[in-house]
Write a protein that binds this ligand. Structure first.
Ligand code: BQZ
Ligand code: CA
Length: 693
């Protein structure tokens, strides 16, 4: 069937009068409608970057009294000043919403993931929900930057306390905090940094959690040790300041080399699998640089963390942090996290599933509500992503290969996007002003978003069917679903397997909505629902046709995880990676996206960066690179007894709120402290010990 639209346009031109667009033709691409205004509550108090923290020696240091009494005086621990770096990281009081804190109490998290083990650097999850964020200290830190004006900022120092660029901008010398120790008392130094770089990021057989590869830090980037507290980056481009963001959480959080190296295949008889699984969830007291150490694990029940006696951060009075003695991670579901937080059985939640909005708002509005709930900007979004690899990533069978060829066909992608009734999808999650039409591409909540550069193909089922026909698909056996052309996959019905994360009601709701709407288009979609860990493994190995995935930092902040915006390297894209050959078979418009991303990360000119992102948005949405479903605001829910929670903290921007609220500075006033500690006055034991000391 010829394309009705081209007939229409030809006819229009022939008549040389402007005939009204006949509604049988695909409606013209436009820009997304202006979303309902959603007033983010809790205005952010913007501050200067250097008002948050600094590194300096203080005249005296303090610790909880029981640590001195039970551990230092008993000779089990050195005095606190010997447990701290020469110049510890000092959080400035002026940036603390409620000032200097007091010791005591617990923060009770609820998480929907489950720990695979403690080997973060080899790709094991600890169950998400803030547990890995708390354990992993990284070279720089970006989450707290939500309170710093975007234009003139750069990542905060963390394990890297300072850095200097060479005159030509191709080298970056990074100075590490000196004299900091792992939670087992072993010194932290450049050997930890180099083990992570050489034997995890650069080892092709190891994939760290959150997916850092060499390209994450720039194509061709190298890193070398200068001395125990100095490392030197070398970049192809000049002054690629962007990469400092990639040296924050998710992508540069070194593990304890003294524990990991002996298990690595390069230094042992272990296989890579044995290395990855060398620290199962039952292995307690895994040395960390984070503020709390795992001391108890009860499967499907709880993980308990106790304060790290060697933590290398203090407040301006010299009080060693953290203020909170204990952290719980109750092993439940993501939906239950919301319920427990508003009920006061848990202490924290990122309200990110619209199905829970109304009930949570109601409970939080009650006068005696135990928790504070505050919505932020529209930064939670979902995309339908299509596997674009036609050269073997994930080893597809004939049917799977045929689907990937279709995914690479722009008429096919236009058919899919135009068959989506995004208003209905949003309303199926929650009614009201929350959800917005989201065509895909950058999130409307990021400062790089430009609505006029966003191409939106409006809902138009008839037009979508015309595009599907243009892609060469017809229902040859009259059962309502289009078939492959004869000779392809046996001419059978096109059947697309869509990968979904079963851990979230929202992911499942959206998936069901997509299945129903694709059926009206004549496409048969089959769901493959897996838990988060299995979903991630299946996705990263390329074993999927389509997948529904909640947006990550590259679409909500652009400057974090930037290389995930396009297939910059063999393993940087969410839906287009290389097979063993190492080659990504880029489509022409993908090459343009890759060029834009590479230019963006190596540009320090804010106007040029903004214009590059407008180009990115135009090309990616015009060519339907990813297919947006919906976007909406999230709300932070925190129990009212906690102090030092920055007002207006977004649940997600450079990172999740578990990072942004800076938990090591959070405290509970003495008169509000609850007795939730399960191991009062106990400290972590030695690596591998069964429990606390
Ligand atoms: C927040 C977050 C902290 C991962 C995870 C989970 C994984 C994904 C994503 C979120 C959970 C919570 O998100 O939903 O609110 O607490 O942990 O890490 O969805 O399956 O792989 O990217 O961050
Ligand atoms: Ca059919």
């Amino acid at each position: 069937m010829r394309n009705l639209r081209s007939i229409g346009i030809a006819a229009g031109l022939a008549l040389s009068v402007s005939v009204p667009a006949l509604n049988a033709f695909a409606s013209e691409p436009t820009v997304p409608p202006v979303p309902a205004t959603f007033p983010a509550e809790g205005k952010i108090k913007y501050v200067a970057r250097d008002s948050v923290l600094e590194f300096k020696a203080l005249p005296e240091y303090h610790e909880p009294g029981w640590v001195t009494e039970k551990y230092v005086k008993a000779g089990k621990l050195p005095p606190v000043k010997d447990r701290l770096p020469k110049e510890p990281l000092v959080f400035k009081t002026a940036n603390m919403p409620d000032g200097i804190g007091v010791y005591g109490d617990t923060m009770r998290h609820v998480i929907g993931g489950r720990p695979e083990g403690w080997n973060y650097g080899a790709g094991q999850t600890q169950g998400w929900g803030g547990i890995d964020i708390g354990l992993s200290e990284c070279l720089t830190r970006t989450a707290p930057l939500f309170q710093v004006e975007a234009k003139d900022t750069e990542p905060l120092p963390n394990l890297a306390k300072s850095w200097d660029w060479s005159a030509d901008g191709h080298k970056l010398t990074m100075h590490l905090v000196e004299g900091a120790k792992w939670s087992d008392g072993v010194p932290f130094n450049a050997d930890d940094v180099m083990f992570y770089w050489d034997d995890e990021v650069m080892d092709p057989n190891v994939s760290p959690l959150n997916g850092a590869t060499q390209e994450t830090f720039g194509v061709g980037t190298t890193l070398k040790k200068i001395d125990d507290y100095t490392v030197e980056w070398t970049f192809k481009d000049a002054f690629p300041k962007q990469h400092l963001y990639a040296m924050a959480y998710g992508t540069f959080c070194p593990g304890p080399a003294h524990i990991l190296k002996p298990q690595h295949p390069k230094y042992s008889k272990n296989t890579y699998d044995q290395f990855k699984n060398a620290f199962p969830p039952e292995y307690m007291n895994m040395p960390v640089m984070g503020a709390w150490v795992p001391v108890e694990y009860r499967a499907d029940d709880i993980i308990v963390m106790r304060r790290n006696p060697y933590y290398w951060k203090v407040d301006e009075k010299g009080n060693q942090l953290p203020y909170l003695n204990e952290l719980h991670y109750k092993l439940s579901t993501w939906a239950d996290r919301d319920v427990q937080a508003v009920a006061g059985a848990g202490d924290f939640s990122n309200l990110e599933q619209p199905e829970n909005f109304v009930a949570s708002l109601k409970r939080a509005a009650e006068p005696n509500a135990p928790a504070r709930l505050a919505f932020g900007p529209r930064l939670i979004g979902y995309n339908l992503r299509l596997n674009f690899s036609a050269n073997g990533w994930g080893n597809p069978d004939e049917r799977g290969q045929a689907i990937r060829e279709l995914n690479r066909n722009e008429d096919f992608r236009k058919a899919v996007t135009m068959a989506l009734d995004r208003k209905a999808l949003g309303d199926s999650l929650v009614k009201g002003p929350f959800t917005a039409i989201y065509p895909g591409g950058l999130s409307s909540g990021t400062s790089f978003y430009d609505r006029k550069s966003t191409v939106y193909y409006p809902f138009d089922l008839e037009g979508a069917k015309a595009e599907l026909a243009k892609a060469g698909l017809k229902d040859t056996d009259g059962d309502g679903f289009v078939n492959f052309p004869a000779g392809t996959a046996g001419g059978k019905n096109v059947e697309i397997v869509m990968l979904v994360n079963n851990d979230y009601t929202t992911d499942k709701s959206l998936a069901e909505g997509v299945v129903a709407q694709m059926e009206k288009l004549g496409l048969r979609i089959v769901l493959n629902g897996l838990n988060g860990t299995q979903r991630d493994a299946t996705q990263y190995s390329g074993r999927f046709d389509w997948l529904i995935r909640r947006n990550e930092q590259e679409l909500t902040s652009v400057v974090q995880n930037t290389v995930q915006l396009a297939p910059v390297g063999p393993k940087t894209s969410w839906d287009h990676r290389a097979p063993e050959s190492g080659e990504v078979d880029l489509m022409p418009f993908e090459k343009d996206l890759v060029d834009i991303v590479n230019k963006f990360v190596s540009s320090a000119d804010n106007n040029q960066r903004a214009s590059l992102m407008r180009d990115f948005q135009k090309i990616s949405t015009e060519h339907v690179y990813n297919i947006g479903l919906t976007e909406y605001p999230g709300a932070l829910i925190v129990n009212k007894r906690f102090s030092n929670i920055p007002q207006g903290t977004p649940i997600f921007m450079f990172n999740w709120a578990e990072d942004s609220i800076i938990r090591e500075r959070v405290f509970v006033a003495a008169d509000k402290q609850a007795k939730y500690e399960l191991f009062p006055e106990e400290l972590p034991g030695k690596p591998g010990d069964k429990g606390p000391m």
